[in-house]
Design a protein around this ligand. Structure first.
Ligand SMILES: *Cc1c(COP(=O)(O)O)cnc(C)c1O
Length: 220
């Protein structure tokens, strides 16, 4: 069986391989190991292999796992990649180093207030509803410029744009479109690509890929 360290090495190698033709540097791509649903004992091998950047999609679950792991591995960088309810904004700001799901004015307000109160300025990615899907979160494409202005106006550091393209359809055009949106709006970071498509995302400029299954195996 492939160990966690082996899987980590192969994902890293794939990222490096895709960087080359795109004339990008592997160190400019942050690999976020998405550990949602996986218990601490599955995460420890990756920490032992030296990995430090992790993603979770629920505040509650992360609050249950990470404070203890962080006592031992103090330089962990934790990313919130899932939908965030406004009433959990303060807890999220205390726990996470980056938030990838800022997508609406009500959440912006809650996050600004939480950052004011805690004194922590957590960089946020603005999530874009890139496939215009009703059931998905994300700021509508047409509203991205104004929303980014609001985020900057609230003194929240903009880390970049994030997307979760429609499933069952080629992701590349959506990644390319997100990259263009970022460029047009003077935004540097691009959080895009998961286990099935992170290589494509890297070719198209992803600065942050969110990889779960390829590192931890399938979720129960
Ligand atoms: C779960 C999740 C991922 C990781 O998905 P895998 O296919 O397991 O790599 C990435 N991004 C978001 C927003 C997720 O919820």
């Amino acid at each position: 069986m492939e160990s966690a360290a082996d899987k980590l090495e192969s994902v890293r190698a794939n990222i490096a391989r895709m960087c080359k033709p795109a004339r990008r540097k592997p160190e400019d791509v942050t690999l976020i190991a998405v550990s949602k649903t996986h218990p601490a004992e599955c995460i420890t091998p990756l920490l032992e292999a030296g990995h430090r950047v992790f993603g979770e999609n629920r505040v509650q679950e992360a609050a249950g796992k990470w404070p203890r792991l962080r006592e031992e591995y103090r330089d962990v960088e934790l990313h919130l990649i899932g939908q965030l309810q406004s009433n959990k904004a303060e807890e999220a700001v205390e726990l996470f180093d980056y938030i990838h799901s800022l997508d609406r004015p009500s959440l912006l307000k809650a996050l600004a207030k939480a950052m004011e109160k805690t004194g922590r300025r957590v960089p946020c990615f603005v999530q874009v509803n890139i496939g215009d899907e009703e059931q998905k979160g994300g700021c509508p494409i047409a509203e991205v410029p104004q929303f980014l202005e609001k985020v900057r106006g609230a003194d929240i550091p903009v880390a970049g744009l994030m997307c979760l393209p429609p499933s069952d359809i080629e992701a590349a055009p959506f990644f390319a479109f997100l990259a263009k949106l970022a460029k047009d709006n003077g935004v540097e970071g691009l959080s895009m690509g998961m286990s099935g498509d992170y290589e494509t995302a890297v070719q198209l400029g992803a600065t942050h890929v969110r990889v779960g299954t390829a590192l931890f195996g399938t979720r129960g």
